[in-house]
Every structure is written in structure tokens, then in C-alpha cells.
Design a protein around this ligand. Structure first.
Ligand SMILES: [Zn+2]
Length: 176
């Protein structure tokens, strides 16, 4: 059996909900973390938040160098941005937003606090791609998507394009 989980895509409502804090890191949660890691590498992506696999739990996994030698999966539980500064613009995409990318402005440096999977507190000072990735994934846990950071014109164009795509898909499914 594959451990890869289904990735929910916009406009699935679970992506718009706030994930709940984790109170207890049990074996079920460890399994979810492993499966989220496998799902992220299979996609492939550099980060994945639990909302994206339909779980409203404050967990994210990331590896900003997933194609390098030796994967190094990082896990953050109950992550919080405790400081942000500077500005960086990056062309972002998302495993939950099909067929779209756009420039998003974020902090260029963030300090993030959370726990690892062994309940050890972690403090991370991140810059560049890691800073972008952590802000993007923490947004997911708060029910936000990178689409919320772009202009409303671009966003409505994408929504219209997506509706057309989904309609086409549905039509071809009903024909089968
Ligand atoms: Zn995303």
C-alpha cells in the first residue's frame, strides 16, 4: 500500500479552515508525519501542511532541497512566526493550487518557533527560500493560500480559468 496521501486542491473547503494546535504527539501523529513526508517527496514539493492532506492539525513538513543527495525531512508542530523583517518577491506555486504561479511578497527573514516530532522546542531563523516556504506553509495552517497575497484581478482570472478546467474534467468524466 502506498503511503502517499491525497492532496486536496483549491477550492476544497479544508484549505480555508484553521488547523487545531497539537496537544499530544502520539503514534498516530507520527504516522501522519511520515505519510506527509512521503506525499511531499512524491509530489514533488518543498513543503506540505496538514490541511493539504485533509487534516486540520498544526503540522508542516518541509525540505527545501528535495532533489539533492540525501533527503532531510524537517517537521514543525504548532509553528508560529515570532518575528519577520525585510521583503522578498518570489514566483510561488502550491501543490493545492493547480496550474498556477504568481509573484508573492513576503518577509525575507523570519524567526519561527515550534516543536519537532520528539516534542523538542525548535527555533529557526530562516532566509530566502526557507523563509518563503515556512511563511507559505504556516499560511496553510491558518486557512490561507498564496492566492490571498496576489491582486484581486489576477485571482479572479485564475478562478475563472479553474472553473473552466474543472467543468471540462467533469464533462469528460460523465461521458465515460
Ligand atoms: Zn501550498
Amino acid at each position: 500500500m502506498s503511503n502517499v496521501l491525497k492532496i486536496y486542491t483549491f477550492p476544497e473547503p479544508v484549505l480555508r479552515k484553521k488547523a487545531e494546535p497539537i496537544e499530544n504527539i502520539d503514534s498516530e501523529l507520527q504516522e501522519l508525519i511520515d505519510r506527509m513526508g512521503e506525499t511531499m517527496y512524491a509530489a514533488p514539493g518543498v513543503g506540505l501542511a496538514a490541511n493539504q492532506v485533509g487534516e486540520l492539525k498544526r503540522i508542516l513538513v518541509y525540505d527545501v532541497n528535495p532533489l539533492g543527495d540525501g533527503r532531510n525531512l524537517s517537521v514543525l508542530i504548532n509553528p508560529e512566526i515570532i518575528h519577520g523583517e525585510g521583503e522578498i518577491v518570489h514566483d510561488e506555486a502550491c501543490l493545492s493550487v493547480i496550474d498556477f504561479s504568481a509573484d508573492v511578497t513576503r518577509y525575507s527573514m523570519v524567526k519561527v518557533r515550534g516543536y519537532d516530532r520528539h516534542e523538542k522546542p525548535v527555533d529557526i531563523e530562516a532566509e530566502g527560500l526557507l523563509a518563503i516556504c515556512l511563511q507559505h506553509e504556516i499560511d496553510h495552517l491558518n486557512g490561507k493560500l498564496f492566492l490571498d497575497h496576489i491582486g484581486s484581478l489576477k485571482r479572479s482570472l485564475y478562478k475563472r480559468r479553474l472553473q473552466k478546467m474543472l467543468k471540462k474534467q467533469k464533462d469528460s468524466e460523465t461521458r465515460e
